[in-house]
Ligand binder design. Structure first.
Ligand SMILES: *Cc1c(COP(=O)(O)O)cnc(C)c1O
Length: 395
């Protein structure tokens, strides 16, 4: 039976390879942190979402181990049957406290949070208005729901306003946006989005995956940055980036919304409870972030230092308000050659080109972390300059 399909899949894989789009995975032979081991050699990692440097933090490892002793390894149930431990509620409360929201619901991943947020809340009578650069999981979540769909160009408030006008006949409208967009590192203009939402009677949802822990005076996300507390109805986010980097996602916001998600959201109802190790470390993350802002301060300092040095060296860097710095190269092949040379110099960065970013906008994306120290940053900048001179990108 498989024969015909095997041939078909083989051809598809060949096409992917011939187009140069086949994704190879590099094996990392160490824990995730600033300095990692790749093929037996130490390299500095500038492409993880480890924004606060927590992925291999001793306090989180200890908290995970301790929680495994207290509440075991697995939960072997979905939440509503026999999978809710006291610690799940404790983590949900810590997340609500962090975002200043009324309630929180945990998921196995933010992919699930986004997959399960729309269908229980919106029907064909309603409208979902989505930024064109929103994450794949938002796009998939919207697909699972019968609401009318509207799309506006990235952060384009004129287009958003047109969508709001066009959707006025619908019962409910919701504007959905990523907090930070992962390719350019720009932040959604949430103050303007909230103003338009109020003018046109719409709800607002923000996916804080790349922004929570990163943007805002103390890293509390886009509502802290734009002071839009109380004006955003739904936030989704991940524990897999700034907040420790293991896994787990959440939706946090208005009480009735979260309550209904617990009743009807399919990735919550039909998928296993988050494991005690992840919950224990998650609770510890929010303790740490309450005690002190030092990790966030260090991250901001690192981003500023890196950007300034790179600009002085003559690189073309997209303006960023986050921990993502896009070093623009504008040429797909150059982005790949550059990244490969950087790895030889001991710096792990990734080159992105079409279709991940628009044609002619190829780049190297650098992600900074509180786990980097000055010596790491200097080594990265020096390698960028050395390779840049070699390849004629800077003088
Ligand atoms: C990473 C990311 C997700 C997925 O989060 P997981 O917890 O890894 O599933 C969802 N939305 C955005 C915007 C992201 O950047």
């Amino acid at each position: 039976m498989y024969g015909k399909m095997k041939e078909y899949l083989g051809n598809t894989l060949t096409e992917i390879k011939e187009a140069g789009l086949y994704k190879e995975e590099r094996l990392i032979e160490s824990a995730q942190q600033a300095a990692i081991i790749v093929k037996g050699k130490e390299v500095l990692n500038f492409c993880a979402n480890n924004y606060l440097g927590l992925s291999n933090h001793p306090r989180l490892i200890a908290a995970a181990q301790k929680m495994m002793d207290r509440r075991g390894y697995g939960v072997s149930s979905v939440r509503f049957i026999c999978g809710t431990q006291d610690i799940h509620k404790e983590l949900e409360a810590a997340i609500s406290d962090y975002f200043q929201t009324e309630d929180t619901i945990l998921y196995a991943a933010c992919f699930d949070a986004n997959g399960g947020v729309f269908e229980p809340l919106f029907t064909e009578e309603d409208a979902i208005i989505s930024d064109s650069l929103n994450h794949a999981s938002i796009i998939d979540g919207v697909r699972l729901c019968k609401a009318q769909r509207y799309r506006y160009a990235n952060a384009n408030m004129d287009e958003l306003e047109k969508c709001l006008q066009l959707s006025q006949a619908q019962r409910f409208r919701i504007i959905v946006t990523d907090g930070v967009f992962s390719m350019d590192g720009n932040v959604a203009p949430l103050d303007q989005i909230c103003n338009l939402a109020e003018k046109y009677d719409a709800l607002v949802m923000v996916d804080e995956s790349h922004s929570a822990g990163v943007v805002g005076a103390t890293g509390h996300g886009v509502s802290e940055l734009y002071q839009t507390y109380g004006r955003v109805d739904i936030y989704t986010g991940t524990l897999g980036k700034a907040f420790g980097g293991a896994m787990g996602g959440f939706t946090t916001g208005r009480k009735e919304i979260i309550d209904l998600l617990r009743q009807r959201s399919r990735p919550y109802l039909f998928s296993n409870s988050v494991a005690p190790t992840v919950v224990g470390a998650g609770i510890e993350v929010f303790h740490m972030l309450k005690e002190s802002h030092e990790l966030h301060d260090k991250l901001v300092e690192n981003v500023t230092y890196f950007r300034n040095k790179m600009l002085i060296a003559g690189f073309d860097i997209k303006p960023t308000q986050s921990a993502i710095c896009a070093v623009m190269l504008y040429d797909a092949k150059l982005s790949q050659t550059y990244a490969a040379r950087m790895l030889e110099e001991g710096i792990y960065v990734t080159g992105f080109y079409y279709p991940v970013v628009p044609k002619e906008l190829a780049r190297i994306r650098v992600q900074l972390s509180a786990g980097h120290d000055k010596a790491h940053l200097d080594k990265c900048i020096d390698a960028f300059i050395k390779v840049g001179r070699e390849l004629g990108v800077v003088k």
